[in-house]
Write a protein that binds this ligand. Structure first.
Ligand SMILES: [Fe+2]
Ligand SMILES: [Fe+2]
Length: 370
C-alpha cells in the first residue's frame, strides 16, 4: 500500500529536492583519528540492531490510544470545545495527535539519514566520516521502524510540518560543513531526543515504549558525535563566525518552540476556522504542553553550552524562553540513563520470555506424565 493512502492531508507526490552547496571532501590521511571519535565509531558498529528482530511487532496497538495516556494530556480536554464534541470526534482528536507526532518523527529520521550522509561527504576528517556512516545506517533503521509503526499500527500519517521542513532546508542547503551538524545533531536531534524521552517515560503501552527506548539508545551516540566534532571546531572560530552560528541556533530554537504545534491536526478534523483558532489557543495555554515544550530543550541547551556557543546574547535568548536552567543538565548522565533504560527493557523482556518458556516446558512435561 502506498503511504500516500495514509496521509490525512495530501503530501507532495514528487520528491522534495534540496539544492546542495559546498564540496564533497576526500582525505588521504587514514591514520590520525581521534581516540574518542574512533571509540564512538566502534560503539556505533557494536550496537547496531534490527527492528525486524528486536521489536515485538505482534503487540497490538489501539490507534485511538496509541501511547495509553489520560485525556488530560490533550490540550483541549475539559474545554468548551471538548464538551461540544461527540465521542467519535474525540476519538479522532486522539488518533490525529499521535499520527502527527509519529509522522514528524518519521520525516525527521529521514532528514537525519540525509544529513548524516551529507556529513560523510563534507566533513574533512576521516574519523568523523566513519562515525557519520554508522549514524546514516542508524537513521535508516529508525525511519524504517517509525514507517512500519505508522503503517501497521496507527494507520494514518501526516506530511512533514512546514516549519520542520524549513529548518531541514536551511540545514542542508548551507555550504559550510558544520551546519548540518548544528542544525541536525544539535537542534533537531536534541529536540527529537527530548520528545522521545518524555513519551518513552510516560507511555503505558509496550510497543511504543520498545521503539522509543531502542531508538534513544542510538540517538545518545548521535548527540555525543555532534558535540565532539563541534567542540573541537568551534574553539577556533572568529567572532563573526561564532555570531552567525548563534543566530542560527536562536532562530532555530524559537521556530521549534513556537511553530511546531501541529495546527494541521486541528484543520484535518471537521472543525470551523474559528474552532481551529480556539483549539490553538488552548494549545498555547495548556499547562501540560507548556511543560512539554520546555522539556524539549533539556538536551539542546546543555549541548549548545558545551560546544561553546554561549555568549550573553544566547543565554539571554534562553532566559527569555524560560529554559536557561536546562544548561545545568548533565548530557553524560542523560545518555547513560538512555542506554540503561534500553538494556533494562531488554533484560525484563528476556526474563519474561524465559519464564514463559519454562512454564511451557513444565506444562508439556506434566501433560506427558498424565
Ligand atoms: Fe534517529
Ligand atoms: Fe539520530
Amino acid at each position: 500500500m502506498s503511504t500516500h493512502e495514509l496521509y490525512t492531508i495530501p503530501a507532495e507526490l514528487s520528491t522534495w529536492d534540496v539544492e546542495m552547496a559546498g564540496s564533497a571532501r576526500f582525505t588521504w590521511e587514514y591514520d590520525d583519528g581521534r581516540d574518542r571519535m574512533l571509540a564512538l565509531y566502534q560503539k556505533g558498529k557494536d550496537k547496531q540492531w534490527d527492528s525486524v528482530k528486536r521489536i515485538d511487532w505482534d503487540i497490538e496497538v489501539d490507534p485511538y490510544n496509541v501511547l495509553g495516556l489520560p485525556d488530560n494530556t490533550i490540550a483541549i480536554y475539559g474545554t468548551r470545545l471538548w464538551e461540544r464534541m461527540g465521542e467519535k470526534q474525540r476519538q479522532d482528536v486522539r488518533l490525529h495527535g499521535a499520527a502527527w507526532q509519529f509522522s514528524q518523527f518519521l520525516h525527521g529520521e529521514q532528514g537525519a539519514m540525509i544529513c548524516s550522509a551529507r556529513i560523510v561527504e563534507s566533513v574533512p576528517d576521516l574519523d568523523s566520516k566513519f562515525y557519520a556512516a554508522t549514524q546514516t545506517m542508524d537513521e535508516a533503521r529508525h525511519a524504517e521502524t517509525y514507517a512500519r509503526f505508522l503503517k501497521e499500527k496507527v494507520g494514518l500519517a501526516y506530511p512533514i510540518n512546514e516549519h520542520l521542513k524549513a529548518l531541514l532546508d536551511s540545514t542542508l542547503s548551507d555550504s559550510r560543513w558544520d551546519m548540518p551538524y548544528l542544525g541536525m545533531q544539535v537542534l533537531i536531534e536534541g529536540l527529537a531526543l527530548a520528545a522521545f524521552g518524555v513519551m518513552r517515560d510516560i507511555t503505558t503501552k509496550p510497543l511504543p515504549k520498545q521503539i522509543l527506548a531502542y531508538v534513544m539508545q542510538d540517538e545518545a551516540r548521535h548527540v555525543a558525535f555532534g558535540r565532539m566534532a563541534l567542540r573541537d571546531y568551534y574553539k577556533n572560530l572568529s567572532e563573526a563566525e561564532r555570531r552567525e552560528r548563534e543566530d542560527f541556533v536562536i532562530e532555530g530554537c524559537y521556530l521549534m518552540r513556537d511553530r511546531l504545534r501541529g495546527r494541521e491536526t486541528w484543520e484535518a478534523l471537521d472543525l470551523s476556522k474559528q474552532e481551529v483558532d480556539e483549539a490553538m489557543g488552548y494549545v498555547d495555554e495548556s499547562d501540560y504542553l507548556r511543560l512539554f515544550r520546555s522539556l524539549l530543550f533539556s538536551r539542546i541547551v546543555p549541548c549548545v553550552k558545551d560546544i561553546g556557543l554561549w555568549s550573553p546574547r544566547l543565554q539571554q535568548a534562553y532566559a527569555d524562553m524560560g529554559v536557561l536552567e536546562m544548561a545545568g543538565q548533565s548530557l553524560e548522565a542523560l545518555m547513560k540513563q538512555d542506554e540503561d533504560i534500553a538494556d533494562k527493557l531488554d533484560a525484563e523482556r528476556f526474563a519474561r520470555e524465559e519464564a514463559e518458556r519454562h512454564e511451557e516446558v513444565a506444562e508439556t512435561i506434566a501433560m506427558a506424565a498424565d
